[in-house]
Design a protein. Structure first.
Length: 116
């Protein structure tokens, strides 16, 4: 299993970024996908989850109304559209898939920095 995030960078407050996570090594369309983030000096936290079909999504309260998770099962890719970014969104963002009760996989992460 391989998960490769991209799309991070430096953005000003109020700006937007779109993260991508390219997946391989498993049947992508069969699994829910999740974005997590880890702010500097803090614990990793869940940001958003999308079901295998893309019909159901869930968000952390801190990003509701600003972030949108989506997926393209034909391209084995999950996205995170981040709008109205705030300095507190600064973090390393990770893509995750849980393939069984005891097994989940992580990407290497992509840095998002929101600063003027």
């Amino acid at each position: 299993v391989q998960l490769v995030e991209s799309g991070g960078g430096l953005v000003q407050p109020g700006g937007s970024l779109r993260l991508s996570c390219a997946a391989s090594g498993f049947t992508f369309s069969s699994y829910a996908m999740t974005w997590y983030r880890q702010p500097p000096g803090k614990e990793r936290e869940l940001v958003a989850t999308i079901s295998s079909t893309g019909l159901n999504t869930n968000y952390a309260d801190s990003v509701k109304g600003r972030f949108i998770i989506s997926r393209d099962n034909a391209k084995n890719t999950v996205f995170l559209q981040m709008n109205s970014l705030k300095p507190e969104d600064t973090a390393v963002y990770y893509c995750n898939v849980k393939v069984s009760l005891l097994r989940s996989y992580w990407g290497q992460g992509t840095q998002v920095t929101v600063s003027s």
